[in-house]
Design a protein around this ligand. Structure first.
Ligand code: SAH
Length: 358
């Protein structure tokens, strides 16, 4: 993190967004984030059933579109490649789809690209890209799990005399980062409804997330297809400081172990949906409702029927972690994106899909 410290020493505190960008890039570059040995466990790392449900939803969309002969299967931020591998394996159920699909991974960390290549070594048609813009055109099936939460957010804080941008400084004597504020250039960054909030209130925006969402929506409009976004967060605009950090499965202080721990923020699904332009937004529905509608309980039963007693317990435990409201079931949400005038109606969104979107 020397370059961040040097930058702060030279030009003063940086915005929370610039801090998060530097800390997360450094962190993901090491490739040590995932699994029991790492800092956190994501849904695809919990169970193959997660990827199987996603594969079923994507395959259904492909069939609704008339089984296009060329499919770009894209994943944003694939981590260890586990979800992509589970989806590719499940696509074998539909041989024409398995044949049609090229896999495109949008990943910036070289260490994680290496891990993904190992996980996916039996699939010849895998390509890596720095940005979604670089993926070749074609009918699109896209997934992103815990990708948007890792993109930098800006934070604004209401002080006694008005709104300011939260920032991070560095105290050389104490050898420690600290939170501070910078003058806010443009009050329009704060939605009118929140401008009169009480001192101490925090408002967040994710400019990087919104930019990816705009690109994604434009791609779905042009190429047709389905995008599925999974993340934890809130369905409507909200105040609150959601910046958090995890190290070895424990919550930590965001400004400690900088670059050595996972720093994320809750995703504002209403802001993502609003950035989707003419594309049709489905949900967000809870992960509980989405996986339930796609039949995860039945899949768990089928797997359990062939399993040893120990495996049966693991399957039950995984189902619980993925869907129980007190686990990932309610906090995690799923947003779908299809072409505005298209015919795809993705499975899994019936629970709360707004009637006007159908
Ligand atoms: N989807 C995986 C990993 C989530 S962690 C899972 O569910 O297990 C976030 C992932 O996004 C990592 O692979 C990280 O390297 C990648 N990432 C973070 N910022 C990125 C960016 N700006 N562009 C591309 N990938 C990014």
């Amino acid at each position: 993190m020397e370059s961040l410290v040097a930058r702060i020493a030279a030009t003063g505190p940086v915005s929370v967004a610039d801090f998060m960008d530097a800390a997360c890039s450094h962190y993901y570059a090491q490739g040590t984030a995932f699994g029991t040995q790492g800092d956190f466990t994501t849904a695809p790392e919990i169970s193959q059933m997660f990827g199987e449900m996603i594969a079923a939803c994507l395959a259904d969309a492909w069939m609704q579109a008339g089984k296009p002969e060329k499919v770009q299967l894209i994943e944003l931020g694939p981590g260890r490649g586990t979800l992509a591998a589970d989806v590719m394996r499940t696509f074998a159920v539909w041989p024409d789809l398995a044949k049609a699909a090229s896999l495109h991974l949008v990943e910036t960390s070289p260490a994680l690209r290496d891990q993904q290549a190992k996980t996916l070594e039996k699939y010849p048609d895998v390509h890596w890209h720095e940005r979604l813009e670089d993926v070749p055109e074609g009918f699109t099936l896209l997934m992103a799990n815990e990708f948007f939460d890792a993109l930098p957010i800006r934070q604004f804080e209401k002080l006694a005399d008005g709104w300011a941008e939260k920032a991070v400084g560095f105290d050389a004597e104490k050898d420690a980062f600290f939170f501070t504020t910078l003058p806010l250039e443009d009050i329009a960054a704060i939605p009118p409804d929140f401008q009169d909030s009480a001192p101490g209130s925090v408002f967040e925006t994710g400019p990087a997330s919104l930019a990816v969402m705009e690109t994604l929506a434009a791609r779905i409009e042009e190429q047709d297809g389905l995008a599925l976004v999974f993340d934890y967060g809130h369905a409507g605009p909200a105040l609150g400081d959601t910046l958090q950090s995890l190290r070895r499965h424990e919550y930590t202080k965001v400004l400690e172990n900088v670059g050595e721990q996972d720093v994320t923020a809750h995703v504002d699904f209403s802001a993502l949906g609003a950035a989707a332009g003419n594309a049709l937004v489905h949900g967000p529905v809870t992960q509980h409702d989405f996986l339930g509608a796609l039949g995860i309980a039945q899949r768990a039963q089928a797997l359990a029927a062939k399993a040893s007693p120990k495996q049966r317990m693991d399957i039950e435990r995984a189902l619980y972690r993925l869907t129980a409201p007190s686990e990932m079931g309610h906090l995690f949400k799923v947003l779908g994106l299809t072409r505005g005038q298209g015919r795809i109606r993705p499975a899994g969104f019936d629970a709360t899909t707004d009637g006007s979107a159908r």
